[in-house]
Design a protein around this ligand. Structure first.
Ligand SMILES: [Ca+2]
Ligand SMILES: [Ca+2]
Ligand SMILES: [Ca+2]
Length: 202
């Protein structure tokens, strides 16, 4: 009575279960990286769109005023700190003749890289780091650029390099040492930041 149903007629054997579990594992291993990859891709596409929008705004600012906005690090120590990111695009903070903005609806947030800080976009302007100009056309004169700052993002240098490599492929020439988008083309450039040139200084 008790063992009326013989083995194999009902339910799964242990071997069958193990096979199913193994197949699920293999499928997950195939699908999950694809999902992560598409999430990464959308973040990168968003970053590329943000950088292009800031570039267009900087060129519009230049067309009106004949100069590029000053480095917004000038304001970083101000009372509202990060609230000053890209401030000259939003209001005429520097009291420049011809200013006819706002040139952006709001300054884009780069918060989506990571949970807490995730880095920021900063308007770097025409800038030299300790005597090393952020120069993109080899004339040793700094060119106006946007900083993609990964400080506080929690990423390792390797992870940052991977992300900016993907951005470079979509935005520029795919080479981090050349073109309009660069990440540490030599050791004199700062760590934790990549730069997108918006124009060459005349
Ligand atoms: Ca900066
Ligand atoms: Ca230059
Ligand atoms: Ca490049």
């Amino acid at each position: 009575m008790i063992n009326r149903v013989s083995k194999g007629e009902k339910g799964f054997t242990l071997v069958e279960l193990l096979v199913v579990i193994a197949i699920i594992g293999i499928l997950a291993a195939i699908i999950l990286p694809t999902v992560f990859k598409s999430v990464e891709k959308s973040k990168i596409a968003r970053t590329v769109a943000d950088l292009k929008a800031i570039k267009a705004a900087a060129l519009a600012y230049y067309a009106d005023t004949g100069c590029f906005p000053p480095n917004d690090d000038n304001y970083a120590g101000g009372p509202t700190g990060n609230g000053y990111r890209g401030i000259d695009f939003l209001r005429n903070q520097s009291n420049v003749d011809g200013w006819n903005g706002p040139y952006l609806e709001k300054w884009p947030e780069a918060q989506y890289w990571a949970g807490n800080h995730g880095g920021t976009y900063q308007w770097q302007g025409v800038y030299s780091y300790g005597g090393t100009p952020l120069d993109f056309n080899g004339d040793n004169i700094a060119d106006p650029c946007i900083e993609l700052n990964f400080g506080g993002s929690g990423f390792t240098d390797d992870q940052i390099a991977k992300i900016v490599q993907e951005i470079d492929k979509m935005l520029d020439d795919g080479d981090l040492k050349t073109g309009m988008f660069r990440y540490r083309p030599n050791s004199n450039w700062p760590q934790h930041a990549a730069y997108y040139c918006v124009a060459f200084s005349q």
